[in-house]
Every structure is written in structure tokens, then in C-alpha cells.
Design a protein around this ligand. Sequence first.
Ligand code: MG
Length: 351
Amino acid sequence: MGHQHDVGARLEERERLLSPFAARSYESRGRERPEEPSPLRTQFQRDRDRIIHCKAFRRLKHKTQVFIAPVGDHFVTRLTHTLEVAQIARTIARALNLNEDLTEAIALGHDLGHPPFGHAGEEALAELLPEGFRHAEQSLRVVQRLENGGRGLNLTWEVRDGIVNSSKGRQDILADTLGLPATLEGQVVRLADAVAYINHDIADAVRAGILSEDELPVAVSEALGRGHSQRINALVCDIVDYSWAATGLAASESPPRIGMGPSIEEAANALREFLFQRVYLWEDRQAEVERAKRLVRFLFEYYVERPQEIDSDFLISSDPPWRQAADYVAGMTDLFALNMAARLGFREQGP
Ligand code: MG
């Protein structure tokens, strides 16, 4: 049926209308293992679908963003975070006439490798592994190796590049020291990630009673407005304005980049800094963070000694035990890790 109606040709025709700076699926650098094209979907659509159907995607629902196993149905999880990133990124990509399908695929895959307990889990693994641990690299590992019993999802190069370069680390919102994605679509996701988390983390902190909207820095409210939707809207509009050269509709000497204007960037960074001070590094949370890190360490050390106890679905048998243990523990959801640790004799210690 696909061939009869030649959907593929029509989809390609649509991609031709995108910005000259957009990534096009028919010009993709391709997959690790070549495949027959789908009759109804572009390569990037197909990647998006593979991500949605994979097991790591389902587990995002039970992974914490900032608050560890929070009590309450309205706290952000990695899944809702991921959906917010995808929605924000698609809005920007469509406004800039970039490839929305590629943007969506990268966004949905960007946090697949995030360990349980948010940044506490990531920090614990980074301290344990000889080569460190970064969730963006682990997300790539999930799609490239761990899913499908070691075969990976065989995604296109552009989606893998966007995923592995999706994280900025803990620095300036526009920092590119960890490597910038090769496509503008990947750059859109990177910024959309920041737009999403600074806003939902405020909402969660308010929900947790840690701060109130009135306490946000005045300069931030002046630049971005008040309330969740005003702030997101201000940030997204500014990104589109600032990055307009990406549409190919404006004369520009240098290759376009996705970014923010200086005043909005300053406000976004101020907001981020405020969150670090008041939420992420908040003293009262440190005990909780330490406990999560101790638990991750416990699980890792347990499985390094006993790799034979790791579910064969979550390891690559040719890897060294520390890599197998890291893959297994990083794949766990918060609750699974808590239950497993309790079963294996994890003892709460300290005051
Ligand atoms: Mg993220």
C-alpha cells in the first residue's frame, strides 16, 4: 500500500521544504546496520518509534528527576520531563523550519540512560567507574548496545549524535564544552532540556514546600514574567528569535546556532543558579542525596562481585564486571533499586 501511494516520496517532498540548515532523513549518515526503508515513515520517524517502544523508555516513568521517590502524584518523573522536552523542542524546531521528527526522536531518547535517584545516582556511578559516568553517554549505550539483547535499536547517526551530546553538564545554559550536537535539531533539544527542567524544578520545589513563587529573584521575574507558562513562553520565544538564522530566511555570515539573547540567557542562568542554591544543593536534602548515593554504591559493589546474578537482559556478556554492574544499576528504576537493595541486605547507617 505504501508503494502504491508513494507516501515516501511525499514525505521526502515535505522535508525538501525545510530550512536549508535542517537535517533531512534522506540525507542521513545512516544506521550501523543498513535497513530497507519503511514505506510510511522517514528514518527519523522510525527512530522515534523505536525509542517509544523500547524498555528503557518505559522505565522513565519510575525514575526520579530531582526529588527522590517523592510522595505525591504530581512530581515530575523522567518520563514527564522527557515529554516536556519533546514538546518544547518540537515547538522550536517547527518555528525554525527544522526537522521536527529528528528533534522529537532525540528528545525522547535523551535521558534513556539516566540512573535511578536523579543526579545523586549519576554522581555515585561517576565516582565508582574507572572512566566516570555521564548519563548522556549511557543513553547512547542504551540505544546502541543494551536494548534488543545487545543489538541496540540501530538508530540513525543524527539521532545518536543528538542523544550523546544532549547534556551540558552543570554549567552555563549555553555552554558547549561537552561537545555540541552536529545538527541544529540536536542543539534545539539541548536547550529545550534546560527550559523544561528549570521550570518544572521550580514547580516541584514549590510543591514540596521548599520555596514559593514570590521568592524567585526579581530580575528573573522581570525578564521572564511570572508563573510556569509565562516563563516557558518567554524562553521559547527568545530562542526562536535569537536563532532565526537557522530558518535560512535571514542573511547570516556564520553558520547558524541555536541560542538565546544575552538578557534572557542571563535570566535563565540566574534562575538555574537560584535552583542550585535553593533546591539542588539545599542542605536539608543532603541526607537524602547521601542515602541514595550509598544505596547505588551498595548495589554496584554487590553486582561487581556477582555479575552472574545480573538479569541477562541487562548486560553484555563480553563486558568487564564493572561495566555490567554499571549497566544494570543505571537501568534500575528508583523503586526497583530500593527494593533490590533491601532484599540484598542494604543497611541504613549513620545518624
Ligand atoms: Mg533531560
